[in-house]
Design a protein around this ligand. Structure first.
Ligand code: CMP
Length: 145
């Protein structure tokens, strides 16, 4: 894992549905405030059961989400560019509900800390509303898996 220091080209980013209602200046500010991290294929990003204090938006590559039930590995999702993960633990304060690993070489993630999300949600409540909608859908999927 490494931090990418040169600024990403915002125009090369995939569409990020979570931020579709965010004004462009707020979007740019978010990318200036948050580190962009690079992972290689198979590298673990989130460990099920651990404490979480950030969530991630996929700027490049894919990520695999899975859960261990006793010894059984349950595949929950493969997330593509523009998707996000790791929001549940920072919203609920509960441990990470699943593990996430990079599924492609050069997976690039914007890491958004809990305090940055909190201030973003205050200034742009539509982001918080969109986030909740995604969480509801994911929880429903997991209950049925
Ligand atoms: P969190 O619990 O913080 O850490 C694991 C993450 O996996 C979780 O947040 C979600 O972002 C993600 N996740 C869990 N279940 C699903 C699902 N069904 N589809 C997509 N992502 C999921």
């Amino acid at each position: 894992e490494e931090v990418i220091t040169d600024a990403p080209s915002l125009d090369a980013l995939p569409t990020i549905p979570l931020f579709s209602d965010l004004p462009r200046d707020a979007f740019i500010e978010l990318f200036e405030r948050c580190p962009l991290r690079r992972f290689s294929a198979g590298e673990r990003i989130i460990e099920q059961g651990s404490h979480g204090d950030a969530f991630y938006v996929i700027c490049e590559g894919q990520a695999r989400v899975f859960r261990m039930d006793a010894e059984r590995r349950v595949e929950l999702a493969v997330l593509e560019g523009g998707a996000f993960f790791g929001e549940m633990a920072i919203l609920s304060g509960a441990p990470r509900t699943a593990s996430v690993e990079a599924a492609s070489e050069d997976t690039q993630l914007l890491e958004i800390s809990a305090p940055v999300l909190a201030s973003l949600s205050r200034s742009h409540p539509q982001v918080a509303a969109a986030l909740k909608k995604f969480v509801r859908q994911r929880l429903l999927t997991n209950v049925m898996n």
